[in-house]
Ligand binder design. Structure first.
Ligand SMILES: [Ca+2]
Length: 338
């Protein structure tokens, strides 16, 4: 009898997923100006190909007529031609020129979506995706301005859910992994005003002030990506398994062949998918506030007044830095599964 119970227990242990369910992720990007968004989206695909996460969809937070078309081209390149895409239609979201989105118009990258008009509205798509998945199961990776996150917070009950934005987030979101701000001496100053904040200060203030207390935010500050320069050599030499590679061409159009572009956005992807693998360290808990000039101030939880435990920011030691960079590089170079 005891033997039988032990056998059943062993079978249960072996059939359970070793590290729990892979995270469900939504990638919220301002894929226009910088190219780290392109590399970060590639990581979402290659991590999903490995079964490390489930990629639910992509939402775009800045305005350019080719954003959705480019994302569709990249999704198609990585074997997910039907992955849902939402774009912001907020007239106050930053409009941005791009050096690489024109690749969407190249015959080398076939795909369906030719412009943004047929794409979904981002907040409507976010609400649908959140409503469709189990409670506390969705990790949102936000690596641009916070237009979509702010507008999700302001959203009202609709056909997808009877909950307003904050209640829907409280019920469905497990984590917001966000690349924004600066929390250390960076760029030769202890007062670095980071682009994802200053290109939409009001949006980031809404997130900092109104995101539900119960749903953790982990901030990847400017200093994290700055410590992780993507090796140009890997772009030049290791993406030649296709005669035309959308990541290689986008990188070269943006940064040229002589630049190691910092991995700002990739850091938030890696943390969201592997929060327990010690790729990064974490600050104490506390609260981030966003000043009118875009400065991000972290105030630790203390008994002397600051009681919020919602926010933490990433840290990285030299040993972690080496591991993180190696993981990001390999995930970026990994060919599409199909
Ligand atoms: Ca970005």
């Amino acid at each position: 009898m005891l033997k039988h119970v032990l056998l059943l227990t062993l079978m249960a242990v072996l059939s359970a997923p070793a590290f729990g369910e892979p995270p469900r992720i939504i990638f919220d990007t301002d894929i226009t100006g910088d190219v780290d968004d392109v590399l970060a989206l590639t990581m979402c695909h290659t991590l999903a190909d490995r079964g490390a996460c489930e990629l639910l969809g992509v939402t775009i937070s800045k305005t350019n007529p080719l954003t959705a078309s480019f994302v569709d081209a990249q999704n198609t390149f990585y074997g997910r031609p039907d992955l849902v895409i939402g774009v912001t239609r907020d007239a106050t979201a930053q409009k941005r020129e791009s050096k690489y989105l024109k690749l969407a118009e190249s015959a080398d990258y076939p795909h369906d979506l030719r412009n943004n008009d047929p794409a979904r509205e981002a907040v409507d798509l976010l609400r649908e995706l959140l409503a469709a998945h189990p409670d506390h199961s969705v990790s949102i990776i936000s690596v641009g301005i916070a237009s979509n996150m702010a507008n999700l917070l302001k959203s009202k009950p609709d056909a997808h859910s009877s909950l307003d934005g904050p209640a829907l987030i409280r019920q469905k979101v497990k984590l917001l992994s966000i690349m924004a701000g600066a929390f250390a001496f960076a760029n030769n100053t202890n007062y670095h005003l980071e682009a994802n904040v200053i290109n939409g200060v009001g949006f980031m203030q809404t997130v900092a002030e109104q995101w539900p207390e119960q749903v953790p935010i982990v901030w990847s500050g400017y200093e994290i990506g700055e410590a992780l320069p993507f090796p140009r050599r890997n772009i030049n030499e290791d993406l030649n398994y296709r005669s035309h590679h959308i990541v290689k061409e986008a990188y070269l159009l943006h940064s040229g062949p002589q630049h190691d572009r910092p991995c700002w956005d990739q850091s938030s992807v890696l943390y969201a998918v592997f929060p327990d693998r010690d790729y990064f360290g974490l600050s104490s808990t506390g609260r981030v506030s966003v000043a009118a000039d875009g400065f991000t101030r972290f105030s630790p939880t203390s008994k002397q007044g600051q009681l919020s435990q919602r926010d933490r920011f990433l840290t990285v030691t030299p040993t972690q830095r080496a591991r993180v960079l190696e993981a990001i590089v390999q995930l970026t170079l990994q060919p599409p599964a199909k």
